[in-house]
Design a protein around this ligand. Structure first.
Ligand code: AMP
Ligand code: MG
Length: 475
């Protein structure tokens, strides 16, 4: 039975999108199909063929479009962005009645392509596949990867690499930049239409634009706190890459930190560290202020104080979420005076000591289980600061029920993350048609909280010669 698509976005007025068929490709070959996700979507075997997942065949009732959006890129406003290398096939309604976009990324030029070729290379597709699925397994809201298909064509970037298409699933692809597009055109009717659409689709209990904004703000505060809890750096938090639904979207030069430092940046295009690890909450608020600005025409003078109040809540919301996330990482049950200092202190000690972020917290979990701190201690050249801190943590946790505390820490401290050097290895192999490392990494990252002896090596930070210093959009 073919997939039933609904196309509510394509039923919006014409200024929201442009009808666009994907460009046909020479020789599609399925690299990976995410059966587990397909099942959640209610898509059964053969419903979506590789030819459909690459854009060669269009499912019967799909209405392929490229959507319009603007965006602040590194602080500068670009009014005309839009889906330049992606096509929205339509929306799938799941057996649970949830609605998800199915988008093909890398499926050819659109009216928004500007000078781009509308293509993606296998490296970019694999990176997004691995990292978005890892984020999902880490319980972080994200777009998902349904399939990766190579096209049989080569894509020219720094070098020529195999072209590919990622079939991506999202709660929606509406971005802060989607609002900015209509705001920049001074099109109040479209802003109203978009707001009504977003409320209906994502925030049904919001009564008007201000309540919608407040909920978007809350979701972003939660999201960025979760990113920081796993050492994730998005890398290109432009307003066009911030989803209204609160999912992580557009995995370009993103990366997970190995050694902890708040100023860590990987993206080769982020020269001033605008999107550095610790800047992410500030940037989220900056982006949300841009969203707020677009709502002013709808709420008028009378609504401005409501908008300001919503924006003003971000810092407290974020601080609370951050404490919650890091409280779980330390196994702080309940709340006590001094908890914030415990978190701040350990982060400072980690930064001073060049310690691996993920390894430290997973060793801290082991310490909660075995009461043996030797693995954690061994991460420090000079462990004295850590030892003093650990004494404070032990005092704080002395009366906590151990089993519960361990469970809390195990659920917050992954053993495996998509370390950059692993992702690079997988991409290098995929460039020459070897997907075995990709499959293995997938298996490792599908259960990030469960230590498995056969995957010991995946726990480890890169050796000095394996360290990846910069990531590229590779678009
Ligand atoms: P990004 O910030 O990388 O998600 O993309 C910013 C804008 O550039 C979006 O409008 C993309 O659709 C567009 N873009 C990026 N890469 C390409 C490409 N290869 N071809 C056409 N448009 C692209
Ligand atoms: Mg983008």
């Amino acid at each position: 039975m073919p997939v039933q698509f609904d196309n509510s976005f394509a039923r919006l007025p014409p200024q929201f999108f442009s009808p666009q068929l994907p460009t046909k490709v020479a020789a599609p070959k399925l690299v990976k199909y995410n059966k587990e996700l397909a099942m959640e979507l209610g898509v059964v075997d053969d419903d979506l063929t590789p030819n459909m997942l690459v854009g060669n065949d269009i499912p019967v009732d799909a209405t392929p479009i490229a959507t319009a959006y603007s965006g602040h890129q590194f602080g500068g406003f670009s009014p005309h962005l839009g889906d330049g290398r992606a096509i929205l096939l339509g929306e799938i309604i799941t057996p649970k009645e949830d609605r998800f976009d199915l988008q093909l990324k890398g499926s050819g030029k659109t009216m928004f392509s500007r000078n781009g070729d509308g293509r993606a290379n296998i490296g970019a597709v694999i990176r997004e596949y691995v990292v978005s699925e890892a984020m999902h397994a880490l319980n972080i809201p994200t777009t998902r990867a349904l399939a990766a298909v190579t096209t049989g064509d080569m894509v020219q970037r720094e070098t020529a690499t195999p072209g590919a298409v990622l079939a991506r699933v999202a709660s929606s692809h509406i971005r802060v930049g989607t609002f900015q597009f209509h705001y920049a055109r001074r099109d109040k009717d479209s802003l109203q239409t978009l707001t009504d659409y977003v409320i209906n689709r994502h925030y049904p209990d919001a009564d008007g634009p201000i309540e919608m904004l407040a909920q978007v703000i809350e979701n972003q505060a939660k999201l960025v706190a979760k990113w920081m809890g796993v050492g994730f750096i998005h890398g290109v938090m432009n307003t066009d890459n911030m989803s209204i639904s609160g999912e992580t979207i557009d995995y370009g030069p993103c990366a997970f930190m190995d050694t902890y430092h708040p100023e860590t940046v990987f993206s080769s295009i982020d020269r001033n560290g605008r999107y550095a690890y610790a800047n992410q909450p500030k940037i989220a608020l900056w982006n949300l202020s841009q969203l707020a600005q677009t709502l002013v025409p709808l709420v008028g003078e009378a609504g401005i104080s409501g908008i300001e109040q919503a924006l003003g809540s971000f810092d407290t919301l974020f601080a609370n979420e951050f404490s919650k996330v890091f409280g779980c990482k330390l196994g702080l049950m309940g709340a006590a005076l001094g908890d914030a200092a415990l978190v701040e202190d350990i982060l400072m000690i980690l930064a001073e000591s060049n310690v691996d972020f993920t390894l430290f917290f997973s060793h801290l979990t082991s310490h909660a289980i075995t009461e043996d701190a030797s693995n954690a201690r061994a991460l420090f050249d000079d462990p004295r600061g850590f030892e003093d801190w650990l004494t404070c943590l032990e005092t704080r946790s002395a009366t906590a029920p151990k089993a519960e505390r361990v469970k809390m820490m195990q659920a917050a401290n992954p053993v495996y993350i998509p370390r950059n050097h692993r992702v690079e290895q997988v991409i290098e192999a995929a460039n020459i048609g070897d997907y075995a490392p990709f499959e293995t990494l997938q298996r490792v990252l599908s259960k990030p909280f469960e230590r498995r002896a056969e995957f010991d090596a995946y726990e480890l930070p890169p050796r000095p010669e394996e360290v990846v210093r910069a990531t590229f959009c590779g678009t």
